[in-house]
Design a protein around this ligand. Sequence first.
Ligand SMILES: [Ca+2]
Ligand SMILES: [Ca+2]
Ligand SMILES: [Ca+2]
Length: 254
Amino acid sequence: MGCCNLRLARCNLRLRGVAGAAAAMLFTSVTALAQTFLGPTPYLGKNDSPFVASIDAGTTFLETFEGGALATPGVSASAGSVIGPGGLTDSVDADDGTIDGSGTNGHSFFSGGGSTGITFTFDAGVLGALPTQVGIVWTDGDGTTLFEAFGPSGFPLGQIGPVAIAVPPNSGETAEDRFFGVTNPAGISAIRISNSSGGIEVDHLQYGIFGATPPPPIAVIPVPTISETALLLLVLLAAVAAWRRLAARRNERR
Ligand SMILES: [Ca+2]
Ligand SMILES: [Ca+2]
Ligand SMILES: [Ca+2]
């Protein structure tokens, strides 16, 4: 504190600077830990997901419902069930093999109570931890659409909407389909999606670890083939023989 005795005013300024820097660091830290909402954005296939890299890397689950059930681990739905191909089915467009403006030949997840909505709840015990990134694609319903997310212990993280994205009729059109997502470093315990009128249809539930590094590739140590091993032995034997001849000549000269 000697500097304070000598130059009190300058030292105060310096301390204020340190306090300001600390406050800035704290703010940055808090900001970095905050939740981020993503969407609503158009979605016709997996490549439209902001999480596609981690889906491909295997650190985020993607449930397309094309297997006929909600089968990815560590998640349960409060209402609804999977529906298969049909005139009113509204799967994500690409799931039937062709992006053609229609989702009627795919599978989706439907509930008759759009205003109650569907809550997907995550099980940290099964997953090892709560997911830190979650997304869902709203594909059909009426009225306005609302997406909500909840952190650990169920505290609300916020919401997107209500937004007016529904376009009638309800026969598999995909231009209206929208992705809603959230990231939260402290974890996401549940999401809820609802629309104010009619039933509700969703698809491509996705959840995993935000920013996770994919597992490193397994190092492959090349194993020499039999012919390579034989060649190596021949080279070694030739080298030993040459060394012995050289040693013998040296002995003869002595
Ligand atoms: Ca299609
Ligand atoms: Ca689907
Ligand atoms: Ca649709």
